[in-house]
Design a protein around this ligand. Sequence first.
Ligand SMILES: Cc1cc2nc3c(=O)[nH]c(=O)nc-3n(C[C@H](O)[C@H](O)[C@H](O)COP(=O)(O)OP(=O)(O)OC[C@H]3O[C@@H](n4cnc5c(N)ncnc54)[C@H](O)[C@@H]3O)c2cc1C
Ligand code: FES
Length: 262
Amino acid sequence: MSVINTDFEITANELIAEETYVLRFRSPELAQQLLPGQFLNILTSTHIDPLLRRPYSISDIDGDECEIMFSLLGKGTHALARKRPGDTIGVLGPLGNTFGYEASFGTAIIVAGGIGVAPFPYLSRVFREHEIPHITFLGTRSAARAVTRGLSNVHLATDDGSAGFHGNVIAALTDYLDTHTIDNPRIFACGPNAMLMATQQFAHEQGIPCELSLESEMACGIGICQGCPIEHRQRERKYALVCTEGPCFDSQDIVFHEHHHA
Ligand SMILES: Cc1cc2nc3c(=O)[nH]c(=O)nc-3n(C[C@H](O)[C@H](O)[C@H](O)COP(=O)(O)OP(=O)(O)OC[C@H]3O[C@@H](n4cnc5c(N)ncnc54)[C@H](O)[C@@H]3O)c2cc1C
Ligand code: FES
């Protein structure tokens, strides 16, 4: 697999939920190579500010087109939201590892928080193609921010109770498991660190294998700047780089700290 660093033509950029966009660009090379869980490091602007690229999960592939999903946060995502079909976008990828979807398990439990839903349309597509049973727990602040396209068997949890379960996504999953049995489950989680910490604890208590896709801040995306360390139990040097050794990790290997973004 070779990493590509090229400008690609944007084919669509749509507002699909509150402050949340899906952007598509045409790249047969990347569409053929990218696997669920991997990410792209994207130049959001040709101006000097923001200078650094921003990482985005590959959200889905459709023929020759690649899709990313983002919600507005700072300068980079506001610049991305202004892109129009016909504009070009600088993309470096494929980067990072994949979800362990080839591991042995019965049913996948997808746990997504906020824009952490981004990698799951593609993972769900692969599960559907291979007829792997899966169920999705999606937690958002409100119904207006929920993005369910490309997902299957979705259980929504909202912080404000505007739709679905009123509460966080782990409370929704706990509630579900009180009345349902899931055969040989494996959790695939992505979202803010506070949610990932709760998922890690839940998986540990329940004895469910679990992998976490981390959204930590990054700069280079290719292992050079050392700007994305996470404490890792299996590494002799005690940390792993999220960009090259992740972003997907076995939840048992990761140690979160209070200073990690909530
Ligand atoms: C592997 C990986 C995959 C990602 N996939 C997606 C994705 O698919 N969609 C998406 O919307 N985002 C994704 N992110 C996060 C994405 O890179 C941030 O949204 C982006 O950096 C925000 O850029 P910005 O210029 O708009 O905000 P900035 O101006 O960079 O930041 C605004 C504020 O948010 C804080 N901040 C920035 N990045 C993060 C972060 N990752 N976590 C918590 N706080 C942060 C900053 O400290 C600052 O206070 C991913 C991150 C990683 C590492
Ligand atoms: S972002 Fe530079 S080493 Fe990971």
